[in-house]
Design a protein around this ligand. Structure first.
Ligand code: NAD
Length: 300
């Protein structure tokens, strides 16, 4: 159903496109990475080279295999040129509906017969993106996780028109690049963002109420449930501004259980956005968390 000779086009050479192009090229697929920015493409190529070289140094990848992966990847600023004859297009450009629709409508007529068009959107509607093409049954969500070379999950998202065959083929491509896929009907927050947003919000309510310290809430989830990271640590990593906008969207679509905790709103107003700001629930110095720096309930 899917073959190693399939040509894969990844559009958008940002954080995610870089990881997705690496995944396909290193799994034996002829891969073309497209971006409007030549600088982004160059940076992406360097980053992919570094992931492969690090794999060789760690003994996880053979030098010849790393070289072959690099040779299978080409970069291109001309989308029409890249799309010609491709069997799978993975769109992972900036999270703007109009930009995504323009990309898929330009590429669709040039792809191979029966090609699949996948979108890596985190929150936009697959159904709506599919309105930009004449075969909406071939459009599907293929939601990857960051960093792509370490995260095993792909959420396959069925839009209203997505066919069973499209989902099955995407599942086969996911398998072929070593990922585990789940199938989700299009709905706000899919499975992952919806559960993670709820847990992070609840952790903030507990912190605000003084139920336990930040450190103890995180330790509870790490040691009690084997989560690799506590919900407050994770919120600091994601950024509380991003968290807040996701919660507001889920609140408006799924109801009151997603009402953002006032402490998140207060932290965002104060610029305490998390690791990227050097200060969130915890403080960071030189990229390292300062021990004992968790926000104290007594300060709220
Ligand atoms: N960052 C994450 O953790 C994450 C996780 C899952 C899904 N996503 C989704 O993946 C997509 C990309 O996210 P990202 O974090 O990699 O973004 P990014 O900003 O790092 O990269 C986006 C890239 O798209 C390029 N681009 C914009 N318009 C283009 C066009 N018309 N044609 C070609 N290239 C174009 C930009 O030049 C940029 O290099 C978004 O839809 C996002 O919601 C992100």
């Amino acid at each position: 159903m899917v073959e190693r000779k399939d040509k894969v086009v990844v559009v958008g050479a940002g954080l995610m496109g870089t990881g997705i192009a690496h995944a396909f090229a290193s799994s034996g697929f002829t891969t073309v990475l497209v971006d409007t920015s030549a600088a982004a493409l160059e940076q992406s190529r360097e980053q992919i080279g570094k992931i492969l070289d690090d794999g060789v140094k760690l003994g996880k990848v053979e030098a010849a295999a790393a070289g072959a992966s690099k040779a299978r990847l080409t970069v291109e600023t001309d989308l029409a040129q890249a799309a010609r004859g491709a069997n799978l297009l993975v769109e992972t450009v900036s999270e703007k509906l109009e930009v995504k629709k323009a990309v898929v409508s330009t590429a669709a007529p040039l792809l191979a017969d029966a090609a699949v068009i996948a979108t890596n959107t985190s929150a936009l509607s697959v159904t709506e993106i599919a309105t930009a093409v004449t075969s909406p049954e071939r459009v599907v969500g293929m939601h990857f996780f960051n960093p792509v070379h370490k995260m095993k999950l792909v959420e396959l998202v069925r839009g209203l028109a997505t066919s069973d065959e499209t989902v099955l083929r995407c599942r086969a491509w996911s398998d072929a690049i070593g990922k585990t896929s789940i199938v989700v009907n299009e709905s706000p927050g899919l499975t992952t963002s919806r559960m993670s947003a709820l847990a992070g919000n609840e952790a903030m309510w507990m912190l605000q109420e003084g139920t336990a310290s930040a450190e103890d809430i995180d330790t509870a989830m790490r040691l009690g449930f084997n989560h690799p990271m506590g919900p407050l640590e994770l919120g600091d990593l994601t950024g509380w501004d991003t968290r807040l906008s996701v919660l507001r969207y889920l609140h408006s679509t799924l109801g009151d259980k997603f009402r953002p905790c006032p402490l998140i709103i207060k932290m965002v107003a104060a610029g305490r956005l998390g690791r990227k700001a050097g200060h969130g629930v915890y403080q960071y110095e030189g990229g390292q968390r300062v021990p004992g720096s968790g926000l104290k309930a007594s300060a709220l």
